[in-house]
Structures are given as structure tokens and as C-alpha cells.
Design a binder for this molecule. Sequence first.
Ligand code: CA
Ligand code: CA
Length: 603
Amino acid sequence: MRILLVVALCTALVLCHGASKSMECALCTVSLGLVEQHELQLKLQQKLLEKCDDGKNALKKTCEKAVGKIIDKLLKKARPETLCNKMSMCDGYEQCQLFPQWPLESLPSSPKEWPVERRKLLEGIDFQGDDHHVLKEWLTSIFRKHFVSANDEHPNFYTWARVLSSVIQDLHSDDKETDDGLKADDGCDKKDINCHIEAVAEHKPLQDADGDLYSSKEAELRGTDWRGTDCDDSNGSIYPGRKTEADGIDSNIDHNCNSIFGKNDTGSYEQQFCQDSQQRGLIMLGDSATAHFHLPPQWLTADGWNLNGARTFDKNELDFPMCSWGTGHVSADKCPYQYPLNDVPEGEIVSLYTLMRERNLCNNNDFENVGVNGARMTSSDSLINAMARDKSNDHPALVWLTLLGNDVCNGHVGTDHMTTPEVFYDKAMESLTKLDSLLPPNSYVVSVALFDGELLYDTMHAQQHPLGSSYSEFYDFLNCLEVSPCWGWLNSNSTAREQTTTRAQELDAVYEKILSTESQNFKNFEYIYFKPQWKDMFERFGKEYGVDALPRLIEASDGFHPSQTGNAVFAMDFFKFLEENHPEAIGPINPHNDEIRQMFFSA
Ligand code: CA
Ligand code: CA
């Protein structure tokens, strides 16, 4: 029915493992916690009754009766964990609780109209008999549909989030959207989900007729939301970042898609305005923070519940690269909510790209976001492979290698699945060496230290999650199921958090070692290591906006990623670091900016 919604489901190889029992339990508990809100119960009832009446169900009356009993239990506020256990969807994980307090004792102050009915618990919920098969069938059918293989050993938070989104989308039964956009562009049958997944599994644009790794019109599926627009998708020598003009291309053609073209008696405008400007592209290689993972909190709260943009979001792997701290390039109204910031004009977002562009308008449109949910140093090779940069024909690049957490973050208990410093070193050197072989001369590569994940727990644990439990409870629930995006840092156990920080510091030390012993060996780029002072950054924000404003920096739905507001703060802080310490990496301010603006960007 909605192939597009899950097309990009397994775009990272790490996601393509399939189902697991613990994720089924997470899905059941969270969706029923969500469903126990009036409007969604009605939608669910309708959805399940459709199942009874699909022509295949011989026992229609029995089925309808069972649906009635389920809805009755939900209306009576049955505890989600109890219902999921009853349906055997939490076998082996019966002890995992998302809602230790149920019904909730206190309600979140925001959003304002949280459903107060959730406080009430009616007596007399009957758990005898087997009335749950329809509900279970519905949940599991959606769940199974979205996994490539049913033998997953590696449950993954991002896969779980995606399946959750498809469950609530399925509840949106009035949604009669037709499948469009994909058609046969990727050579796949519309309904062949696995084929679509394969097509974007390399993190390259799906629609790219001339094969230059830039797309012309498709925003999603690794298109123009992720990298600059290809202004001629029928010519593989015309694309963002191109330096040399190919044969047959004159100055009347915008050969590098930066919107500067044409000539006067002195020569071409590109020569006059850009040739000596040290223009360069921006390339972000990283994880879900780089891609700007965002699960809209509106999907998890009753008040104002909606699925606006769900199709688009899913085609972008639930990421918002066009709003991210690296490659954000759209207006604020196309992005997740951003709290007002003193240094950012209302209606605008700020990113490394917008700052690079402002500095030199010749850099216009020259950016790439190769952020992949779940990426870590051990998978960085696949990020580099997805990068577009021609060593001989393109401008230099400023490359950021920002793997902020997955080398210490995963759903497994303990430290066994964290990357060791030895492996981290080997893989980092492999990746940097490869970058050195691919990048044009005079490029820059910035390795960013891991995030200080203790800030997450410190900031969020006592806050209330959109689902109603505390973040501490939410984190521990995901840990209990081993589907947390970060067992080590999102954990009420302080020893676990400290252990994780220790490992993160050991990995940071690897970058320092590379800087001191290897960096002079790279031929085509200058190597920069950047260790953001994360605590200071949070403290400064707290001083400027108040300590109560600190949770604004972190995603509400997962309590893990930087929020839209956090993205802006990251961008400004990171850019400032280069401005103050490595101005050569961002290049000079172009003295022709005003002329360029007037001639090409004034409309
Ligand atoms: Ca293209
Ligand atoms: Ca092209």
C-alpha cells in the first residue's frame, strides 16, 4: 500500500538485518501507549474492523467481537505492557517497563492539551480468553512487512523508529495517497521494496540520469535535500563543485551549478568573481547527527497529533539533511521547530554550508551530506564511497568526518560492542588514506571528537518524554529491550555512563595520535582535529537562555540527537572554531560578494 514510506528503510547495511523479538515488544508497547488516546483508538478500531471484513475472514462476527473487547480494554486504559504480554509480543522481555507508573501520575506541561483521560483507570479489565489475535495480526503484519530478513541479531533503533512510523501511518486510514515519484526510475517494480532499498543502499542519489552523483529535481532519496542541485542532469561534466570546464562548455553555461555564469568584455564572470576566491565545497561524512535524524514529537503526542510530511520524511530515512548543522540550506519553515536564537534571524536556519556560502558566494550549491543513521568508524568506508569529488576536475573540499557516537553507542549491554581504540585507529587511517587519494589538492579534513554523551542524561533524565514516562524510564525501557540507540550513555546507571565516556575519550585520543604522528603524510589535505568543548557549549547556552532551556538542544522523541536548535548551536560553534584557529580551511571572504549578489541572487 505505501511502498514509498519504507523505501529507504534499510539504506544503511547496518539496518538491513530484519526483525527481532525485542523490537516487536518495543513497537507494541510504544504504539499501544500512543493508541490509548481517544482519537487513535477510534482509528485503530476502524482499522481492525476492516481486517474482519476483508473477505478472507470467515469468522467475521467473532472477529468483530474480539475487536470490541480490545477497544474496550484500551478505553479502560489497560497497561500497554500487559496487553503486549498477553499477545506474546514481549516474550522474554516481560520485565521491561516503559510505564512503571500507569496510569501516569503527572502529565507533561507541554504540549498544553495532553489527554487528561489518560489519568483515569477504570476497573474490571478482563484478560481472559484470546481476543487479541486481530490486534496482534495487525501489528505483526506491519512489522514483518518492513524487515528484509526475519532473523535479525542486531536490533537497531533507527529501524524500530521507522517501523513505528509506519504503524502510526497505517492508523491514518483516510490517507489515500497514491504511489508516485519512484515509478521505474530505479529500475524496480513499484511494489518491490527490497529492490528500492538496494537502489539507495549506497547512499547515492536515486535519480541521477548522467551519473555524476548529483540529482536535478528529486529532493528525497538522497537527492537535492542531501547535495547541491545538478543544473544539467543530462551532462555528467556539469555539476556542483566542478572546476574545469569540459570541452564544448563555454562561459554562458553554468558549468558548476553555482548560478554564476555569462561574461562581459573582460571575460567570464566565473573567472572575474571566483577564480581567485579559493572557492571550495563542503562535504559532511557522518552519522545520524550529521543527517539530522528527527522523529517528529507530534507523532508521539495526542495533542495536535498528525503525520504531516510523513511520506517525505520516510523517503529521507527520517533525516532532515536540508536542515542540518552541516548542509542545512532551506528556510526554517521547512524544518523541525527551532526555538528563537539571538544570532539567527527569524525564519532562517544556520549551517556550515550557509556560513561557507555567505563567506564566498562562489561556494553556492556546493555541498554534500553523506550522513547515515548508525554509521561508525568501522563503516566509514561506505560513506567515502558515496562521496562525489573528482580529484582532477573539481574544486578542493572542506570535509568533516563527524562520527559523534556510534562507536560507543549501540543497544547492547556492556562495552563489548564498542569499537576498540586499535580498530578505530586502523579504520580511521584507512579512511583518511582513502580520502587523500580521492580529494583534490588543497582540501581540508576535520575530524570531530565524539560527543560528551553524559550531557544527554544529565539534561534529560528528569524531564517528561512525549509518551508520558520520564526520559530515565524511557531510556531504561529501550535498554531492557536492547534496542536503545546508546545503552552506555542513555542509562540510569552512572557506572555505565562513565565507562562509555572513558571509551569515547580513548577514541578521541586516536585522533590526537593521528594528528601528531600521521597528519604530515597526507598530500592532498590538511588534517585538523577538533574537540568541541561540549560542556562549555551547553553551559553557554544555559547562561544565555536559562538552565530550563537546555533540553531544547536535544531531540524530544529520542532524547539522543541534537535538535533543530542544537543543530544551529553546533553549526555556529564549529564554524567559529575554524574561523579562530584554521581560517585557511574556510577560505577568505570574497570581495566580489556584493557584485555577485546583485547580478545573480537579487531576484
Ligand atoms: Ca546528475
Ligand atoms: Ca550533471
